[in-house]
Design a protein around this ligand. Structure first.
Ligand code: AMP
Length: 443
């Protein structure tokens, strides 16, 4: 890092211990959210910030919050009485924020702890017997700990609600209100959200005191940084195409989204049977299994991680090269969140979606939201097996077999064909289907 770059962060008002931590993290310039938010937080303002994961938002609140805490000692300093509380919707995000707190606070004497559900509560209770300056928590487990009188929230000077929109989506509003009631009236509040729904605005109105509002990018900007494409394919043929793509394109680190936990398990097993090492993470997996899979994926020893939306929310993997939507999400905003896992902090990323005919409506909704038509790709050289084609022809709607670019379908032959090339007319396709495809192409 050069002096000049040091000055970029120094110009925001950050002090030497934090500049050192930033240099060690390898950051050279502040991101837009950091440029805007850090001086405001240091000035003691409440903040309403629109920023997604991937924008550098964690450092945007963690760095100034740590600096404010480091600037003066607590009164009184008691164990289990945090001075800053960061609430997050998921365990993964909590773990990541806690890691950032440790990284950015490495040159201070401040202490931190992360607590979330799905793991034993006793080690957390034990840790809360010591001094904890910054507590990062998911709402449910925090309330459990409060109920057991292990945490005293009466000393909170700074409250951060991270990914507040997702917390509301996940039904945490009552827990959040219970927690707010336990906090001192006078405190600094920072609310981060990817979107500003009516609900978020209502929450903000009741929580924030004359907040500064910062918005780094319209919520779909992530979508613009990422190279996106769509493969139109029958549902039953997707897994085969995915395995082919992984091998053919030599993907070494791909995050694959499925709609259901069961689907995630089945897909990971299928890939495993085809010599592609993969693990599934979702809410039914134990925390230790999730942590292990994530660590292996992050360090590059596990090439494919199959995840549901909630499990993957907030995952922060530096320069994740490839995201795959094995199924499109039901909510178009989730597509933007999913592909936001790649192309982060300016790195180039790729997102592909495998789209079955029954998902065309979802694709249209996504294209409307992101205001762009996603390129249709062809897997030249991919040949689906007879079994997959037979499956598709026999068990799915008659239109699932293949689709032409543009999202319309041609009718598949009833009989499974021999090896049919993807996205080409099948060798023995009936004359009527050929004619219809020809007419549609001319439309
Ligand atoms: P976040 O949006 O907080 O999840 O951060 C996304 C990623 O960007 C994380 O891997 C951070 O380590 C990284 N990051 C944060 N700030 C910077 C910066 N100023 N320069 C480069 N990378 C950064």
């Amino acid at each position: 890092m050069t002096d000049n770059n040091d000055n970029d962060f120094a110009a925001l008002g950050l002090a030497a211990p934090f500049l050192a931590a930033i240099a060690e993290a390898g950051y050279t310039t502040p991101t837009p959210i950091q440029k805007q938010a850090i001086p405001l937080v240091l000035a003691g303002r409440d903040l309403l910030a629109a920023a997604q994961t991937g924008t550098g938002k964690t450092a945007a609140f963690t760095l100034p919050a740590l600096q404010l805490l480091a600037a003066h000692p607590a009164h009184p300093q008691r164990p289990g009485r945090p001075r800053a509380l960061v609430l997050t919707p998921t365990r993964e995000l909590a773990a990541q924020v806690a890691e950032s707190v440790r990284t950015y606070g490495a040159h201070t004497a401040l202490t931190s702890l992360v607590v979330f559900g799905g793991v034993g509560i006793n080690p957390q209770i034990a840790a809360l017997k010591k001094r904890v300056d910054i507590l990062v928590a998911t709402p449910g487990r925090l309330l459990d700990l409060v109920g057991q009188r292990c945490v005293d929230l009466g000393g909170v000077e700074i409250l951060v609600l991270d990914e507040a929109d997702r917390m509301l989506d996940m039904g945490f509003i009552r827990d959040i209100r219970k927690i707010l009631a336990l906090l001192p009236k006078k405190r600094q509040n920072l609310l981060f959200s990817a979107t500003f729904s009516e609900e978020i605005r209502a929450l903000a109105a009741g929580l924030l005191d004359r907040p500064a509002q910062v918005e780094v990018a319209p919520r779909n900007t992530a979508a613009e940084l990422v190279e996106q494409s769509v493969y139109l394919i029958g549902q039953k043929q997707k897994r085969e195409l995915l395995a082919w793509l992984i091998k053919e394109r030599q993907w070494f680190q791909a995050l694959v989204f499925t709609r259901t936990k069961h689907g995630a398990n089945k897909l990971a097993e299928y890939l495993g049977r085809h010599d592609i090492e993969a693990a599934a993470i979702h809410g039914n997996k134990s925390q230790s299994a999730r942590t292990r899979a994530l660590a292996n994926f992050k360090d590059g020893s596990l090439p494919v991680l199959v995840a549901t939306d909630i499990a993957a929310r907030g995952l922060d993997i530096e320069q994740l090269p490839q995201v795959v939507n094995f199924e499109l999400p039901n909510v178009p905003e989730d597509y933007v969140h999913r592909i936001g896992r790649t192309g982060r902090a300016g790195a180039a990323g790729h997102a592909i979606s495998l789209v079955a005919p029954e998902e065309m409506k979802l694709l249209t909704a996504i294209e409307r939201l992101t205001k762009r038509k996603i390129a249709r790709a062809e897997a030249q050289g991919f040949v689906a097996s007879v079994a997959a084609n037979g499956d598709a022809a026999n068990t799915e709607s008659p239109t699932t077999d293949r689709m032409r670019a543009g999202g319309e379908t041609t009718v598949a032959p009833k009989r499974p064909t021999r090896h049919k090339p993807f996205n080409n007319m099948p060798a023995n396709n009936g004359r009527r289907a050929k004619k219809r495809a020809y007419q549609e192409r001319g439309k």
